[in-house]
Design a protein around this ligand. Sequence first.
Ligand code: GUN
Ligand code: FE
Length: 406
Amino acid sequence: MIAHTDPDYATVKQTAQANDTLTTLQPNQYVLPGFIDLHIHAPQWPNAGLALDRPLNEWLDTYTFPLEAKYQDTDFAKLVYDGLIQELLANGTTTALYFGTIHNAANLELAKACIQYGQRGFIGKVAMDNPEQTPDYYQDASAQVAVDQTEQFIHQLNELNQTTDLKQTPVITPRFVPSCTPASLQGLGDLARKYDLPVQSHCSESDWENGYALEHYHMRDADVLDHYGLLTDKAVMAHGTLLNDHDYDLFSQKQVAIAHCPISNVYFGNAVLPVNRVLAHHIKTGLGTDISGGYSPSLYQNIRQAVMSSRMLQDGVDNQLLPDKRGVDGSAISVKTAFYLATLGGAESLHLQTGKIAEGYLADLQVVSMQNDFQTETTDNIFEKLMYQTSKADINQVYVQGTRVK
Ligand code: GUN
Ligand code: FE
């Protein structure tokens, strides 16, 4: 964080001026790194806030797949994606790791919207070819189609990137183990190796998903993904709430990252990610909104929920008269840890030099103002209040790679 009196502010001011945008901070304004949303389903934006009380598989079948199928219509895709990217930038999100849909024309619209409005996107064509776990109106027709379309999208995005300095990165995206056949998982693992690209999926989010892997592969779902070469040092696995010690060792050894989605986990995860335990295993971890499993596009809201959820894992008051332990000591995370997840943790997961304000780092920044400008004697006070009280209206300016985008 940079206060207006901080010597580092000079560097930021210079960057902004170089882009013709004079940033003169007011006494109640502060500069923070832009946020990284490490897990978001762009096509689910129209459903944000709907049907959060349903179990995951029912939610997918009844609400999510019918919506995602609509992106067959490229005009609809453009309409939604143009609005979503502007909304995310307005919330301070300068980089996002996106699930798209199975449709490459729509996925390209997402990439074009990122370029047009100035966000760094990591975008995956969703692969889902298992006819038993996907509806016939929304599935890849075969494993070959899932893999070929993924490879086509890699080339299409590379071509689009010729036109811009703000590169959009293709991501290998098996939806999750139940949605895919062994053949598509194999083919996608081969593509990840061939092109040295990031991988994303859902892992250990629900008992249902883990049960599916055990029944069909006689392995936990993390082991299935690893078996097919999908757990690489560029892999980001959403949720991970039900990972066990064996999985933690696997993630740590393979340098796989976890996208913690605390709001979504309240509704679909049936558990809380023990962030401190994960970090103690040296597993890279960032923060995701998981729209529309999570209802909010704001990483501020997710920072708050990450702290609140972690406190519910913590044991109650230490009282000899009440011997029954209700939680696990050392579970609560600080707001600084949650902020780390939303910035540097996400950046490290994506191998990006961003997420902090320092020499050699990309100038992905947000300028925020504090309305309740009392009790701000220390930097810690200011920081804590910004994390808990900043709303979209308080985010005055946003920069991506030094270019003003809001
Ligand atoms: N597992 C498979 N697909 C999804 C999805 O769209 N959202 C969430 N939260 N979990 C999933
Ligand atoms: Fe998700």
